[in-house]
Structures are given as C-alpha cells and as structure tokens.
Design a protein around this ligand. Sequence first.
Ligand SMILES: CC(C)(COP(=O)(O)OP(=O)(O)OC[C@H]1O[C@@H](n2cnc3c(N)ncnc32)[C@H](O)[C@@H]1OP(=O)(O)O)[C@@H](O)C(=O)NCCC(=O)NCCS
Length: 161
Amino acid sequence: MIENDIKIRDPDIKDLEDIVHINRVCLPENYPIAYFIELIKSWQKTSCVALLNGRVVGYILMRVEGGFSTPWRMRSTKKGHIVSVAVLPDARRMGLGTMMMHDILKKANLIKNMEQITLEVRNSNYGAIKLYENLNFISEKIIKSYYSDGEDALLMKYLLE
Ligand SMILES: CC(C)(COP(=O)(O)OP(=O)(O)OC[C@H]1O[C@@H](n2cnc3c(N)ncnc32)[C@H](O)[C@@H]1OP(=O)(O)O)[C@@H](O)C(=O)NCCC(=O)NCCS
C-alpha cells in the first residue's frame, strides 16, 4: 500500500485560491476574498494549511486579538481566535484536522502572554465539537442565533499553559 504524504505548513498567499475553494465547499460561512487575503497575510504564523500528496486539502485560520488587563494584573494578554477550520470531504477522518490543530496550539504556545484560544462552532456540528474536545477544548457557553440562519453557536475555549 502506498503511504499518503502529509504536510502541515504556514499558509502562503499562493494558497488563496485553494483556501477559498475549501471554504466554499465545506462551510456556509463564506467570507469575502479580501478577508482571506488579510488573514493569510497578517496571521500566517498563527494559521496553517494541510497538504495531502502535494494538494492543499485543509486550512485553519487563527487571528490573535488583544486581550485585557485587570487592575490587579497590569499586563495585557492575548487571545487566539480560530476564525475558520475546514478539510475537504475526501480528505477527512485521516487525522488532518487534528494535526492542524496541534500545529496551531504549538504556534500559540510560542506567543508571549497568549492565554487562551477560542472558537465558535455550530451546536449541531458533532464531528467538529468531538475533534475540539479530544484536544481539551472546553464548552464555555451557547451564543444564541450566532449564525445567519439562526443556529446557535457553542463557544469553546482552550487554556494555554
Ligand atoms: C471538522 C473537520 C475539520 C474535521 O477534520 P478531519 O480532518 O476529518 O478531522 P480528524 O480526522 O482529525 O478527526 C479527529 C477526530 O475528530 C472526531 N471527528 C471528526 N469528524 C467527525 C465526524 N464527522 N463525526 C464524528 N466524529 C468526528 C473523531 O473523534 C475523529 O477521530 P476518529 O477519526 O479517530 O474517530 C472536517 O470534518 C470539516 O472540514 N468539516 C466541515 C467544516 C467544519 O465543520 N469546520 C469546523 C467549523 S467550527
């Protein structure tokens, strides 16, 4: 049996077309092209793509948002926000989503004062929720009617060391 060649790497602007294609195929949340360009350019070091036998088949885009400081803790903190995650249907259940999430967690751990990663996921998206739970993401709260079709989101959170 021929082994699959799997690679996880930073996204490049050359991947734009593939990323937009994967997004359109996999998710109803389709952002404008300009937003993908901004995410790839500004957040290359906190995002990734997955290649299967040389073809881009998945991506995770994570932006870093400024945090807060409290009167008793005078330092700013940062928060990773996973904006979009997708793997093409024919490349699913091969561990690529998990591998990309590990890459993102590794990258987040390298950022000073980064305390947590959050994401929103459709309440009905059992597979994705299971994937995040496997990685120790915890369910924080339900955000009512978060999606444009009215579905609730589950806000999930990962606490960094
Ligand atoms: C969610 C998604 C990214 C998972 O990608 P993937 O590469 O298939 O994930 P993995 O192979 O790493 O799966 C790891 C584990 O997550 C869970 N999981 C993933 N998809 C699942 C599904 N459809 N049903 C049940 N469990 C699932 C399983 O526990 C799986 O382990 P197993 O295959 O050993 O049972 C992919 O299904 C996808 O792109 N879905 C459409 C877009 C989407 O929902 N994005 C997330 C929005 S928040």
